[in-house]
Design a protein around this ligand. Sequence first.
Ligand code: FCB
Length: 455
Amino acid sequence: MSENFNLNKQDFGENFVWGVSTAAYQIEGAHNIDGKGESIWDRFASKKGAIYNGQHGQIACDFYKDFEKDILLMKEMNISNFRFSISWTRILPDGIGQSNKKGIAFYNKVIDFCISCGITPWVTLYHWDLPQNLEDKGGWTNREILEWFKEFVTLCASSFGDRVKHWMVLNEPMVFTGAGYFLGVHAPGRKGLKNFLPAIHHATMCQAIGGNILRESVANAVIGTTFSCSQITPFSQKRKDIIAAKKADALLNRLFIEPVLGLGYPIENIKVLKRIEKYIHTDDLKNIEFDFDFIGIQNYTREVVKHSYTVPYLQAKIVKATKRKVATTLMEWEVYPPSINAMIKKYNNYKGIKKLVITENGAAFKDIVSNEKVNDPKRLSYLQNYLKEVQRAKKDGLEVSGYFVWTFTDNFEWAEGFYPRFGLVYVDFETQKRTIKSSGKWFQNFLGVNNNNSD
Ligand code: FCB
């Protein structure tokens, strides 16, 4: 299907926003430099067996030291919007209390340098690196996080809000609560419903809290938050598989957006979610709503889902792409471009959403450097085919206003360490040398056609 027409930048419209996305822990390194405090990812990565090959983000892409080099490279590649996150413990080492001047100065330098290069900064407040000191007090399971988060957002807004206008409150709450507080495979490594349910509710509350603070204190702020989402296909047309797929859709795609829009948690599809009511105080469901200027959707793949008696609470399981013998990326995620189109449609169907931005999409494949070049045809075709599906959505009159590639340079991919390379730019982690991959060169040329800036 996606082969029927050519990719054409003009079809996206003049005001369409093009950019790249990153996150603090995945690129910055400098984990204990200039007064930075310990985050849950610093702690988790030091645990034996937590990360592939015992790797960690202590140095990562060395962005803290050499951010100018990467931002200049962005400029050279015609990239005019840069999404990055603020490391909470760099600016508030204990999460609350005393702030760290040097940490704030670092983000000021990054922001100012972006602006001087004609690059618009898009800031994510929380991309998973909770202060360890707050985790020791219960982290996302403790309702006090509503106060801690307020303090963090207030400091970000007052320190950077004069120049940063584009904000995202959370990155993928489903992933940091699900992987971090239910499955235990991401920081802080906690498991079970007793951790997951309060974490879900407090994260949802914080989305609105963050949004409200930004709206009150940042003039002309454009406020969003971001969600992971994947098209869900039932394994068969049997009733049981269709029900299983509905449950997976409620969990993976609807759980965090619906309360924000005033639709409540999807309890009718996931019975066990009823237990979340224990954590809901009077007025919470009202205070949880927020009128975001845009919603960021992050799509990589689709999931095929089947009924299963053995999976607790959900009775549904994902049929792995490797078992289905379909094309996959190094993450073993299916390459399935129509999924991004289906997600744009799905989110367009929510009345309360004003604008959609694809805040992440990209792929990890094995990259080989040869003669100082990296030829990555699989990533190139992945990006082009997903983008064609975004273009198709635009042609069909659906709302979608921007697209950010995950990611600029190869970086630390959480529990998978440095093995999956997602970058448009190759990083030699021994020397920190950057080499633009052929996909990056293609993106550079594509963006070079009628260069545009953010709205
Ligand atoms: C998303 C995360 C991002 C990155 C990509 C591959 O879930 O937001 O940090 O790891 O996946």
